[in-house]
Design a protein around this ligand. Structure first.
Ligand SMILES: Cc1ncc(COP(=O)(O)O)c(C=O)c1O
Length: 398
């Protein structure tokens, strides 16, 4: 069927986080929220149908992942990435962030160090400190409008030339974001091989958050970190979910793929008693999405591609002093607003109060995010057009 992504659906009064903040925080209710990473689009019809059918059964007792769901995940990995995974590798959790927390708890001791690459998704930072570890920020380098990994920095963090630390490194793990929220990079095979060699050589654990892996723009290809070599797989915890791809974040269901039995057992021991299985509706939605959601997904990606192209042209022609970091994946666009010369501390307030557009403040993604804002383009075109017009008007008045 043909889906209508132009349709504007009123999300006010649904308590959805994206729009509820507008209702509760601002005196001016006319702020367009383009912050949190969910979409203002209705989901694929087969998912709604499956959820309604299950709801009609009227008994919602403890429920395990179905065989059909496990097969659907295995087939998806094979078809999309030529990655043969085994059923026992899949661990289900009600979200990727709980899984990342469980992994840090499982594989580190208090005082250990965990590598992330800022600017990056804020809950990575808190997951590390909340579990008593130290953040080591191997900041991404911005080069001609494109972010790159600092491989020398990565090596130096793990094996510093001069060290005041005890001889054994306290770096235990790295959390990779691929595709990278907020800068939109889809890391290449070459990038992943280089990282993987560093990880395996130093016997670190790689937690690869691949939640955005199916939202790709033209020309991009996602490669699961663990699919590259068996050795990489042995060090990997791969976090996937249908939540970003199929707009199911409120249903809390993700699949964490851990090929190595020892790692998997430690992970499961760490999550026991804290992190349950996804609930019955999360599991049903995941199964329907992976089995029957692709017709919708193809149309969604086309719509997002057009929204991105519209936005790129708009900024280029009408707000040239905001530079867009062109994303390769994710529906999140990272805006370099440093030329506006607005104090980075006041930039997000400027967007909310002067432009009446709610964006994610770059600063939340780490110190190198100062002067940047993140804009979510997963909304009907009319909302995007209005938001960009508002930013243009506010910038022109500066
Ligand atoms: C990179 C990344 N990881 C994880 C999440 C959230 O995952 P979950 O809701 O499954 O905990 C998000 C949400 O925006 C994200 O961008």
């Amino acid at each position: 069927m043909k889906y209508n992504f132009d349709q504007i659906i009123d999300r006010l009064n649904t308590d959805c986080s994206k729009w509820a903040n507008v209702e509760s925080i601002f005196t001016d209710k006319d702020v367009l929220p383009l912050w949190i990473a969910d979409m203002d689009f209705p989901i694929a019809q087969p998912i709604t149908k499956a959820l309604k059918k299950r709801a009609d059964h009227e008994i919602y007792g403890y429920t395990r992942p179905s065989k059909a769901l496990i097969e659907a995940i295995i087939n998806r990995m094979q078809k999309k990435y030529n990655w043969a995974i085994k059923p026992e590798w899949i661990v289900f959790t009600p979200g990727v962030i709980p899984a990342i927390n469980a992994a840090i708890k499982a594989f580190s001791n208090h005082g250990d160090e965990v590598i992330i690459q800022g600017p990056v998704y804020p809950p990575f930072w808190s997951a590390i400190t909340n579990n008593g570890c130290h953040i080591v920020n191997n900041q991404l380098k911005l080069n001609n409008g494109r972010y790159k990994i600092n491989f020398t920095g990565l090596e130096n963090i793990i094996n510093p030339a001069i060290s005041i630390k005890p001889s054994s490194s306290r770096v235990k793990m790295m959390i990779l974001c691929n595709p990278h929220n907020p800068v939109g990079r889809v890391w290449t095979r070459e990038d992943l091989v280089k990282i993987g060699e560093i990880i395996t050589k130093n016997n670190l654990i790689m937690v690869s958050d691949e939640i955005h892996c199916e939202i790709l723009f033209k020309g991009s290809k996602h490669i699961p970190f663990a699919s590259i070599t068996e050795e990489f797989a042995k060090h990997s915890i791969i976090c996937m979910a249908p939540s970003k791809t199929f707009n199911l974040a409120g249903l809390g269901a993700s699949s964490i793929i851990i090929p190595d039995k020892e790692l998997r057992d430690s992970f499961n021991a760490s999550r026991a008693g804290f992190i349950p299985q996804p609930n019955v509706f999360g599991l049903i939605a995941m199964e329907a999405a992976y089995l029957y959601g692709d017709e919708w997904l193809v149309q969604l990606l086309d719509y997002l591609q057009n929204n991105l192209e519209y936005l790129l042209n708009f900024f280029k022609q009408r707000i040239p002093n905001i530079k867009v970091i062109k994303p390769e994946g994710t529906y999140l666009v990272w805006l370099d607003c440093r030329e506006l010369e607005v104090d980075p501390i006041a930039l997000n307030i400027f967007m909310k109060e002067n432009a009446r557009v709610g964006l994610m403040d770059g600063y939340l993604f780490g110190p190198s995010g100062a002067g940047f804002q993140r804009l979510n383009i997963a909304c009907p075109r009319a909302i995007l057009e209005e938001a960009l017009k508002r930013i243009e008007e506010a910038v022109n008045k500066l």
